[in-house]
Design a binder for this molecule. Structure first.
Ligand SMILES: C[S@@+](CC[C@H](N)C(=O)[O-])C[C@H]1O[C@@H](n2cnc3c(N)ncnc32)[C@H](O)[C@@H]1O
Length: 260
């Protein structure tokens, strides 16, 4: 009989455990996911979290799910984009007409791409991520970036919190409410699987959909001092049918801005 395994597992390597300790992540966070070896025949297993090439990566068990995911703020797209952050829509949407140094809470940190751009633009950013495997990737990438001479000052503006953004917002004292709150939830994919961008397939298989986005937006609107920025696919409906004050449109994404 096939062993019942979760959608993703963490390989029980001393190197991975040591890295989690460096990152301040308790091993219990991955409880129920630790496996000594990848099971040979595990229906439903999509990905393996592991230490590889001096970093944490999430590797797909099937070729169709694409390449391993790892967070790298120094090279590739994010590295380049963070040097020309003024052109980024997320930065424009968050800034609005403000000239003050803003505090930003990114409720849906994911792989931290938007959050890193915002920190590169000079905002102090708190990243909240609830998925344990994604949080491991994020903190690992941030740690490597913090060791880089150029990126260290950007990382110094970033705080992280592993857990639910709803819970985090609910317990914040008014004095700590952020100026701007960002929300970028995963939504059910409408198109055929084949149309889902390859780099998103593995992420989607592991994270699934964020069904509670409407409740998160409702609370965010009560906690933001200036505005809430919601990132959506360009043609998608408004979250909870709430019409934003204005929108910024890009080629594939749209930013709905709610001024509070
Ligand atoms: C579409 S991704 C965000 C991508 C991100 N904007 C980036 O630039 O990499 C959504 C992420 O938000 C996380 N998430 C969704 N709802 C959350 C919540 N209420 N609390 C914490 N994390 C949440 C999901 O686990 C997922 O990793």
């Amino acid at each position: 009989m096939t062993e019942s395994v979760p959608t993703w597992i963490a390989l029980d390597q001393p190197t991975l455990r040591q890295r989690l300790q460096q990152l301040g992540i308790a091993p219990d966070v991955l409880q129920g996911h630790w496996y000594a070896d990848a099971p040979d025949d595990a229906a439903g297993l999509a990905a393996i979290l592991e230490w590889h090439d001096d970093g944490i990566q999430l590797r797909a068990t099937e070729r169709e799910l694409g390449n391993p995911i790892r967070v790298d703020f120094l090279h590739g797209k994010t590295g380049f984009r963070s040097q020309r952050f003024q052109h980024e829509m997320i930065v424009k949407a968050v800034t609005g007409r403000s000239r003050d140094p803003l505090s930003v809470l990114d409720c849906t940190a994911g792989l931290g791409r938007d959050g890193f751009l915002l920190a590169a633009a000079g905002f102090s950013v708190t990243l909240v991520e609830r998925h344990p495997a994604i949080a491991c990737l994020l903190l690992d990438g941030l740690k490597r970036a913090a060791e880089d001479w150029d990126a260290a000052s950007v990382c110094a503006r970033i705080r992280t919190h592993l857990g639910s953004a709803h819970d985090y917002l609910a317990q914040l004292e008014p004095a700590a409410w952020p100026d701007v709150i960002c929300v970028d939830p995963m939504f059910p994919e409408r198109g055929k699987t084949a149309l889902v961008k390859k780099e998103m397939r593995l992420f989607r298989a592991v994270v699934g959909d964020d069904e509670d986005a409407e409740a998160l937006l409702a609370l965010a609107l009560q906690r933001a001092r200036k505005r809430v920025v919601v990132k959506r696919p360009r043609k998608a409906e408004f979250i909870g049918g709430r019409k934003p004050g204005h929108q910024l449109e890009g080629t594939s994404s749209r930013f709905d801005v709610y001024v509070v």
